[in-house]
Design a protein around this ligand. Structure first.
Ligand SMILES: Cc1cc2nc3c(=O)[nH]c(=O)nc-3n(C[C@H](O)[C@H](O)[C@H](O)COP(=O)(O)OP(=O)(O)OC[C@H]3O[C@@H](n4cnc5c(N)ncnc54)[C@H](O)[C@@H]3O)c2cc1C
Length: 369
């Protein structure tokens, strides 16, 4: 048979497009993924001890988009969560993102929002239009807090100095002078009640959709016939890295199950200045699972090399310039849609991927009979 669409990647981008095309246009979709599961990086599972973990790093769903909530709510109920993060440095846990409680910890006494605002006004480095991540943080909180919480964390994460990274990298972390200590700002913060994997299974359950796992595009493209391609893999790989390899950042995860109910005081503890890992995540705090054991995941950033997973595009001007060459090639490719985090080399959150996939669906011209 000839498929209407071959969709490469069963993450948010591929799954949402398959669902829309199958349910709204009656198109036949073959969704492939080279991994052995659906869900892309958002995939979750129970480990050997029964603890729900996020094997590709913690995925905190949050959004301000009613459209995205409405769309995904067809496939899942939600478990509301306030994502809580602490930062470990100078021998203690600090409230993070920086808020009035953090400021009080720093002073060693009670304070007020007014005092914090006055003090930050003195500490801030006046920079009207910050051009990079260092400037964005020192213009908000000054050098001392930048060095305590941001500088080395960012260097570890990206192996680049914050001054060589776009303002958006550190600028996405809020700084507050009240006691709001939530990690994220968005109005809707929740995990799919039965997990991401279960939600993806529902998104992809449609008689016009077939999913094939452990299937790489390089092989499948020789074996099946299709009218259009939707590609959500790395864009440089699609073009055999003909313009040069795009820089990606990869990660290594170290998992440990412990015979205690909880191992750390919050879901996520950042380590800006100690250890080789950037953070330790204990998802149980967020999932609300009741178990006598727990599992923590330590996250070690590493350079990308073929064979590793390309987790993050690098938000920096040189990387963007190289991506622009691939974007031009992608735009000239007939009957192929490049969508998602890897194919458009964008630091997208999950809700942005869903929104982009929904928008892309509307742009796709119907197939001629
Ligand atoms: C460590 C980490 C933490 C994150 N935390 C959050 C968070 O807290 N909140 C949030 O909103 N977002 C988070 N994200 C972002 C989130 O993962 C992405 O927005 C989203 O998963 C991207 O979906 P996607 O479908 O575009 O790509 P992916 O999920 O990467 O899916 C692409 C799929 O394509 C497959 N593929 C690639 N090439 C081929 C090929 N040649 N053949 C077959 N299959 C192929 C891959 O195996 C993969 O499964 C995080 C990302 C990372 C890396």
């Amino acid at each position: 048979m000839t498929w209407d669409y071959l969709i490469v990647g069963a993450g948010f981008s591929g799954a949402v497009l398959a669902e829309r095309l199958a349910s709204q246009r009656g198109s036949t979709c073959l969704v492939i993924d080279r991994r052995d599961h659906i869900g892309g990086n958002a995939y979750d599972k129970r480990d050997a001890a029964g603890v729900i973990i996020h094997p590709y790093g913690p995925h905190y769903f949050r959004t301000n988009s009613d459209r995205v909530i409405e769309y995904l709510s067809q496939f899942t109920a939600w478990h509301p969560v306030e994502y809580k993060v602490l930062s470990w440095t100078h021998g203690q846990h600090w409230q993070f993102p920086i808020n009035l409680n953090t400021f009080e910890q720093l002073l060693g006494r009670a304070s007020t929002s007014e005092e914090m605002e006055r003090t930050l006004a003195e500490w801030r480095v006046p920079i009207a239009s910050p051009r990079n991540s260092e400037e964005v943080i020192v213009s908000q909180v000054g050098w001392r807090l930048y060095e305590m919480f941001f500088k080395n964390y960012t260097r570890k994460q990206w192996r680049r100095d914050p001054s060589d990274l776009d303002p958006s990298v550190c600028g996405r972390i809020p700084v507050r002078t009240n006691r709001d200590d939530r990690f994220c700002e968005e109005k809707f913060q929740a995990l799919p009640r039965d997990g991401y994997a279960a939600m993806f299974a529902k998104i992809l359950t449609h008689p016009k959709i077939e999913v094939r796992l452990r299937a790489d595009f390089r092989e499948v493209r020789q074996q099946v016939r299709y009218k259009r391609l939707i590609y959500t893999g790395p864009v440089d790989e699609y073009f055999d890295r003909c313009e040069g390899a795009l820089p990606w950042r990869s990660l290594r995860f170290e998992t440990e199950t412990l015979n205690v109910e909880y191992s750390q005081p919050a879901m996520q503890v950042n380590f800006p200045n100690d250890h080789d890992y950037t953070r330790v995540v204990e998802m149980k705090h967020a999932t609300g699972q009741k178990l006598p054991v727990t599992t923590i995941v330590r996250e070690f950033p590493q350079d990308y090399a073929p064979g590793l997973e390309p987790y993050y595009p690098i938000p920096a001007p040189d990387a963007r310039a190289l991506y622009a060459k691939y974007a031009a090639r992608a735009a000239a490719e007939r009957d192929v849609t490049f969508v998602g985090r890897l194919a458009t080399y964008r630091y997208y959150n999950m809700d942005q991927c869903v929104a982009a996939a929904l928008a892309e669906f509307e742009k796709l011209a119907p197939l001629s009979a």
